[in-house]
Design a protein around this ligand. Structure first.
Ligand SMILES: [Zn+2]
Ligand SMILES: [Zn+2]
Length: 272
């Protein structure tokens, strides 16, 4: 069982609980590490120096008990220069622009995604998904992220409002190309349970067909709850581990401070 989460939101962005409440929840769960990853994007962006100071205070408070890291969820359209000093970056693609310029977030409302598809991509969902993965393929170039956030966010509403087949080659082809590019750039992918643990999707991001491809390509994973509240800090982790094991993964990665204070990757076995 992985006892760490690196995708954590708080009241400093759009979360419901304070950083202190999230740290206390992690301690109660027996976590070895907790990484904060406040939003920096068009919709939510923090006072970054205040955020860093707050997380540094918690790191000192929990020293020896819980390893606390100060990361960020940086949207690829937000200026990377604003997150100086982040210990790790989750690079996320929340917004998509159509060729005519129409732009919207892909994870807000099904109706808004439908409008973007109809007005921006002539109603062709596969064209829209291909455009999303072209954008996603650039997330490392843009953010220099260590972790790719919710890789298939474009499928956010596809369980509740099915619009395209997530096993169709027209969908998987562009997704695979983006994945290959991001793996060449050394990124780690998160299994993000944020929509699963809030009952918004039947499975985590990435969905199983993509997770299988990630495994086949030799990708590495971390587990992320994308928690916006303390009660969901490890929400749906058992399902994420089961999905990873079913796809052939035997371990996940965690981020830890080493003795010299540097942030390093370590492996943890799954299913134990
Ligand atoms: Zn996100
Ligand atoms: Zn998030």
């Amino acid at each position: 069982m992985i006892r760490a989460n690196y995708h954590t939101h708080t009241t400093l962005c759009d979360g419901k609980d304070s950083p202190a409440a999230m740290a206390e929840a992690a301690r109660r769960l027996g976590f070895e590490a907790l990484g904060f990853s406040g939003h920096m994007d068009d919709t939510y962006h923090m006072d970054f120096p205040l955020y860093r100071e707050t997380i540094a205070g918690l790191r000192a408070q929990y020293a020896g008990e819980l390893d606390i890291l100060c990361g960020v969820e940086l949207d690829q359209r937000w200026d990377p220069a604003t997150v100086q000093g982040a210990e790790y970056i989750i690079g996320s693609t929340h917004f998509l622009s159509a060729p005519g310029g129409l732009t919207d977030a892909v994870d807000w409302e099904a109706e808004r995604s439908e409008t973007l598809c109809r007005e921006g991509f002539g109603g062709d969902w596969y064209r829209m998904c291909a455009a999303y993965y072209e954008e996603e393929a650039r997330v490392w170039e843009r953010t220099r992220c260590q972790i790719v956030g919710h890789f298939d966010l474009i499928a956010r509403f596809n369980h509740a409002c099915p619009a395209f087949d997530e096993e169709d080659p027209r969908y998987l082809g562009p997704a695979r190309e983006a994945m290959e590019q991001l793996l060449r750039q050394g990124t780690v992918f998160e299994i993000n349970t944020g929509a699963l643990n809030r009952g918004r999707r039947r499975e985590a991001y990435p969905a199983l067909p993509l997770l299988r491809i990630l495994r086949e390509l030799g990708g590495e994973i971390i587990l992320s709850s994308d928690a916006h509240q303390a009660a969901l800090l490890d929400g749906a982790f058992p399902q994420a581990e089961a999905a990873a094991l079913a796809c052939g993964f035997s371990h996940a990665l965690v981020l830890r401070h080493n003795a010299a204070g540097a942030v390093v990757w370590e492996e943890r076995p799954l299913g134990t």
